[in-house]
Design a protein around this ligand. Structure first.
Ligand SMILES: [Zn+2]
Length: 89
């Protein structure tokens, strides 16, 4: 190794939000991660919702009104179709 050009590369303890921790090497020292190999759905094979900022709730809140309106519209259309069928018969 050439002297004087390589950064410090010491052992670093990485801790995950799931509680798992492991040691690797890093130039930035110890740090935390949100997902690791022990809890990432790709490795666990289980579906897990990672919703850090409540985005799913925000989405559901925003479009809950629209869904109700659409359902009401669909019901009205069905009623109208039934009435038309009755008139024909
Ligand atoms: Zn983890």
């Amino acid at each position: 190794m050439k002297e004087g050009i390589h950064p410090e590369y010491p052992a670093a303890a990485v801790s995950c939000a799931c509680g798992n921790s492991f040691v690797t090497r890093s130039t930035r020292g110890d740090f935390q991660v949100d997902v690791c190999g022990a809890c990432h759905p790709f490795y666990t094979g289980t579906q897990k919702l990672i919703d850090a900022a409540g985005r799913v709730d925000k989405f559901r809140k925003r479009y809950a009104g629209n869904a109700a309106k659409d359902a009401a519209k669909a019901a009205a259309a069905t009623e109208a179709a039934a009435a038309a069928a009755e008139l024909k018969a």
